[in-house]
Design a protein around this ligand. Structure first.
Ligand code: CA
Length: 156
């Protein structure tokens, strides 16, 4: 690892995998182990010595001229974090769901960013190209016992 210019303790490294050595569905696990130059050769691992960071290898699928999915069956067409194709209790068929409810944001400003990306490129028509979808969002749960029209009724 090399010291990042303009910093005193940020180190960078690039891992180059030979072309075609990774395929869709592969998982790369890694751990960073640092050993200092002291006589004791102090050592630390991140994550700890019993676990690894994981990278899921995702490849794009062949380009299509259209795509549709009712999410009523398992699908590997999408990848991302915090979403899945599921049929939770109270739903009559499958759809893309976040966790219910969202977990509290863990990033800056207590925000988290979730992505669920279609891995099939779509070649658009030059005219009359469209995308349609149905979305249900519960932004904030209401207070128990409140009814539609009350100020503390949930926003959907
Ligand atoms: Ca559905």
């Amino acid at each position: 690892m090399n010291l990042k210019a303009g910093t005193d303790s940020t180190y960078l490294a690039t891992i180059n995998f030979p072309p075609s050595s990774l395929q869709h569905g592969d998982v790369v696990e890694y751990r960073i182990v640092a050993v200092d130059n002291s006589v004791a050769q102090n050592q630390r691992s991140d994550p700890s010595s019993s676990t690894y960071y994981t990278l899921n290898v995702v490849a794009l699928a062949p380009t299509q001229t259209s795509y549709s999915n009712d999410f009523n069956a398992p699908s590997s067409d999408f990848f991302g974090n915090a979403f899945s194709i599921a049929t939770p209790s109270g739903f009559s068929n499958g759809a893309i769901h976040s966790t219910h409810p969202y977990t509290d944001g863990s990033g800056s400003n207590d925000e988290s960013n979730y992505v669920y990306q279609l891995r099939i490129p779509i070649q658009l028509q030059s005219q009359d190209a469209f995308i349609t979808f149905e979305e249900i969002v519960l932004v904030e749960p209401g207070v128990t016992g409140s009814v539609f029209g009350d100020g503390d009724f949930g926003i959907m």
